[in-house]
Design a protein around this ligand. Sequence first.
Ligand code: SF4
Length: 194
Amino acid sequence: MGSYTAAAVAAFAFGRRETVVDTNIRRVHARLVSGVALPSPSLNAAEMRLAAELLPDDVGTSVHWNAAVMELGALVCTARAPKCGDCPVRDSCAWLAAGEPPPSYVPKGQAWHGTDRQVRGAVMAVLRLADAPVPAEMFRREPADLGFAADGIGVPLSALHRLNSAPEQLERAIAGLLGDGLAELHQGGYRLPA
Ligand code: SF4
């Protein structure tokens, strides 16, 4: 029996205080606490230490904690399309606060490039650098067309445009950020929530 399985059985079947670390729990810890899109490719000692630190001391609470974090990862904080707008811990999420940075590696069988998530991250990178609301048309036209220098906000805008996302995907990304409360419309432009 693997160590994860043994811990899960001890926690869930026998109600013991055990540090359970499965794929879903690792992903939630990575995003919520460590602020990265994905946990490391293989379980490491730092992750185990973090999971042990987060586990509540009370035995009964720890059992609920393991089940709740696992369920959050399975149903809300999913690998491909986390539902941050529905997430009960979004206000504490380090990954959201960091502007949804992309993963440092792409897991086998998964794609990041071309996803809505990538476009959302690129839009957030623009908003983080902007010191005033960014007019909507700036997201839709090449910065060079708008006379931007190749520094400041022009850098993330260029990166966004290099994605060549379809207009509807860009609209979807912006609408998602507005809906999730990560961006807001102000004086005809978009900005981070005040
Ligand atoms: S806010 Fe999003 S990324 Fe953060 S824990 Fe919730 S679902 Fe996961």
